[in-house]
Design a protein around this ligand. Structure first.
Ligand code: PHE
Length: 466
């Protein structure tokens, strides 16, 4: 009987804590660092519109499906899928969905940690006054100096992995719950302050126009793929993080309401981050499409000029580190929990093993910004000119996460019996249940597959689209 299954790793103390933790997982570098720079690289408005569509059509249905599977299975994604496949009399191969997630988590965290390391380095830079009265050019130099120095990147990458593992070792209700309660609201308030600054001193209208006026000439299959990938990445979907967190969710909490709240909070933070950054970009004649360095080249200008900038700047980067921290924990938790279940080892040993593996893969990203900028083996393919970091980012966000999300929807909306689905979701409103089922059954899987095929050029070859 499904409802008596229990989690050996513990539970959230309430539904509210789940929302906070899941929002902590969702809100991270993806919203504040990545969303603005990908929107900037892909022309702004049209990308933002596509992104919002992807959140609504793919994000929310996948999130509900993922929490549903997690709560029903009550263990790490690999074992949850094994248990549920047996219960629903489906092939054992479903466990590979869990394995895909564990792998994606390792790969994402390996570069996520390097970028979080930039934020750590910026806490020190801001606090020591590097940016007081800084010009755009000088701010750019500070950033270039950082990323061209592998030793510094390695140092901060190491610090971040250690920080992450310190929390993971304590388990769900230890460090994690306490941290998210205070830090998430604080981050939110600080972003609002930044928007206030951008309104007063930035080119706010230009920023608004950039984010909300769609220029459809910028659209192509790659942009659609990136918007979809970003939606999965930002909501932490498709790799089991949310499934894992769902497995700690108390039985009586509503999956639909909580998923909706998490998705809303995440989207709001991404849009607000865009509103804080682009007005400063335009007021200072900076390039919106400069890539991963965008917030690191932009925000210090604001902090350098505003009164109290030293304090606000330092707090901002500290909170950015915290946002990244709560996401990083969720990236590695499925792997840590799985090793514990699989080999009956302690949480400590399991965390150590995972930490070391992630740290080692992270070296590839550390060197991606300096000595190893391009991987030559892929010359002549569509991966030409990509660095190790670009490659990991592309592979995980644009392929592994949407693929994981697609399979999650297929399992939840097709492979499970109607009875199991309804029993776990407990949606009272029949119409709302049907909307979820329709989206998860048809719209998400077909949408993801069409976007994949389109990018591979298969639809063009079949003359189905021009
Ligand atoms: N959602 C996180 C962010 O936006 C990243 C993440 C992806 C976390 C996948 C967990 C799983 O920063």
């Amino acid at each position: 009987m499904a409802t008596v299954r229990t989690s050996i790793h513990g539970y959230w103390s309430s539904r509210f804590v789940f929302v906070l933790a899941a929002a902590g997982s969702a809100v991270g570098l993806g919203n504040i660092w990545k969303f603005p720079y990908i929107a900037g690289e892909n022309g702004g408005g049209a990308f933002v519109l596509l992104y919002l569509l992807c959140i609504a059509l793919f994000g929310i249905p996948v999130m509900m499906s993922e929490v549903l599977l997690g709560r029903r299975g009550r263990s790490s994604p690999v074992n949850t899928m094994t248990t549920l496949a047996a219960e629903e009399k489906r092939t054992k191969a479903w466990r590979l969905l869990g394995v895909l997630g564990v792998l994606a988590g390792f790969l994402i965290l390996s570069y996520y940690s390097v970028i979080a390391g930039w934020a750590l380095a910026y806490v020190v830079e801001t606090a020591t006054g590097t940016f007081s009265g800084v010009t755009g050019e000088k701010a750019g130099e500070v950033f270039t100096n950082l990323i061209s120095n592998p030793q510094r990147l390695l140092f901060w990458h190491t610090v971040f992995i250690v920080l992450t593992m310190l929390v993971v070792v304590r388990g769900v209700s230890g460090g994690l719950e306490k941290a998210v309660r205070i830090l998430m609201p604080a981050l939110f308030i600080l972003i609002i302050i930044m928007i206030g600054y951008a309104m007063l001193n930035g080119n706010f209208m230009e920023g608004l126009k950039f984010l909300f006026t769609p220029d459809f000439s910028k659209l192509n299959p790659e942009v659609v793929l990136k918007a979809m990938g970003q939606a999965f990445f930002s909501l932490s979907l498709g790799m089991g993080a949310i499934m894992m967190y769902g497995s700690y969710l108390p039985d009586d909490a509503s999956i639909a309401t909580t998923s909706f709240q998490v998705a809303m909070a995440d989207t709001l933070v991404a849009i607000l981050a865009g509103l804080a950054i682009f007005p400063i970009v335009f007021a200072n004649g900076l390039e919106a499409s400069q890539g991963p360095g965008l917030i690191f080249n932009t925000l210090p200008l604001a902090f350098g000029q505003m009164s109290g900038g030293l304090l606000f700047g330092t707090i901002f980067f500290i909170l950015l580190v915290f946002a990244a921290w709560t996401s990083a924990i969720s990236l590695i938790e499925p792997a840590v929990a799985w090793l514990i279940e699989r080999f009956s080892i302690s949480r400590f040993i399991s965390s150590m093993i995972c930490g070391v593996v992630v740290w080692v893969i992270g070296l590839g990203t550390v060197y991606s910004f300096n000595s190893w900028e391009k991987i030559e083996v892929f010359n002549g393919t569509f991966l030409e000119n990509k660095s190790f970091f670009d490659l990991l980012d592309y592979l995980t966000s644009n392929i592994m996460l949407p693929l994981g999300g697609l399979l999650i929807c297929i399992f939840a909306a097709w492979s499970m019996t109607e009875k199991s689905r309804r029993e776990e979701l407990k949606i009272k409103h029949e119409g709302a249940y049907k909307v979820w089922r329709f989206l998860a059954r048809y719209i998400t899987p077909i949408g993801v597959i069409l976007i994949f095929l389109h990018v591979l050029g298969i639809l063009e070859k079949l003359n189905l689209v021009t």
